[in-house]
Design a protein around this ligand. Structure first.
Ligand code: SAM
Length: 285
């Protein structure tokens, strides 16, 4: 290895990934977390918080397309969307592609993430922060969902892992608050880690969400920089049918939306709810 600086991810203490830092663009402690943005020859620009990769230019499309389009196409009539976290702006970018969405609120705890991702990761938001439907609240997501009078059709918890400020977004308090601010037929989804390495987190979320929602499960996609296998996205709704939309319905909605994706398509949507037996067995215990 040349004399390049190496950045090691610290999510797991005994198994991990590294990136060469080809250029550091920003590195500082915000009021909430350690924020670094750097260039890497293979993955493009990388943003990490508290030593954990949040997003890279090269593979972010997989994660953001799957977390935005699966709940919105499953719902079919989503007008009001709530993003918890999402400060890099790419989730907002994908949601803004739905012309029938009328209102988007983002509740992000760390204003610096938005400021420096706007500056150094402009392709992530791609102008979405200027969309007239967008409203920003700088707040802890758990406080917002437990205090707001607003109601939403889809809630997307685009959060960090349950360390530091992200910890509160994996609690019963948060899940109950989300259940209370969803409209009828509302859908909650959340990034819930790579189940092969973070299985306890999936079990924990499933148990807690099941207290407040009638239909709780996961869907999955493999995102290279969330290494260790497939990432599991938590799914929760009071409507048990929404997770089982027919392929014909999904194809019609996708065609009507006129959105071209690089990962998401109706067949992927249908298949992403199929889960490995080891996870099903762990959830059944
Ligand atoms: N794609 C990433 C992932 O899957 O790990 C998440 C990306 S996004 C940058 C995560 C965002 O969650 C960060 O901007 C962070 O500041 C925000 N966040 C963490 N804890 C939060 C909380 N309690 N309330 C609101 N936002 C929070």
């Amino acid at each position: 290895m040349s004399d390049k600086k190496i950045w090691f991810e610290t999510l797991h203490s005994s198994f991990g990934q590294f990136f060469s830092i080809d250029k550091t663009l920003y590195h500082n402690k915000t009021d909430h977390q350690d924020l670094i943005i750097f260039d890497n020859n293979t993955m493009g620009r990388v943003m990490a918080l508290d030593g954990v990769v949040q997003t890279t230019e090269r593979d972010e499309f997989i994660y953001h397309e799957m977390m935005a389009h699966v709940p919105i196409f499953a719902h079919g009539k989503a007008k009001r969307i709530l993003i918890i976290g999402g400060g890099d702006g790419a989730m907002l970018r994908e949601i803004c592609r739905h012309k029938d969405v009328e209102h988007i609120t983002m509740v992000e705890i760390d204003a610096d993430v938005i400021t420096f991702c706007r500056q150094y990761l402009p392709n992530h938001n791609a102008g979405a922060f200027d969309d007239p439907r967008f409203n920003l609240v700088i707040e802890d997501g758990v406080n917002f969902v437990n205090q707001t009078e607003m109601k939403f059709d889809v809630i997307i918890s685009d959060c960090t892992d349950p360390i530091g400020p992200g910890e509160s977004l994996f609690t019963s308090d948060f899940y109950q608050g989300c259940a209370n601010c969803l409209n009828e037929n509302g859908i909650f989804v959340a990034q819930n880690g790579v189940c092969f390495l973070q299985q306890d987190e999936a079990i924990n979320s499933h148990q807690k969400l099941s207290t407040y929602f009638d239909d709780v499960s996961f869907y999955q996609a493999a995102i290279p920089t969330y290494y260790g296998g497939m990432m599991t996205f938590a799914w929760a709704s009071q409507n048990t049918q929404l997770r089982h939309q027919d392929l014909s319905v999904l194809k019609t909605r996708f065609a009507e939306a006129g959105i071209r994706c690089r990962y998401y398509n109706p067949a992927i949507h249908l298949g992403c709810f199929a889960l490995p037996q080891y996870l099903l067995d762990a959830l059944a215990q």
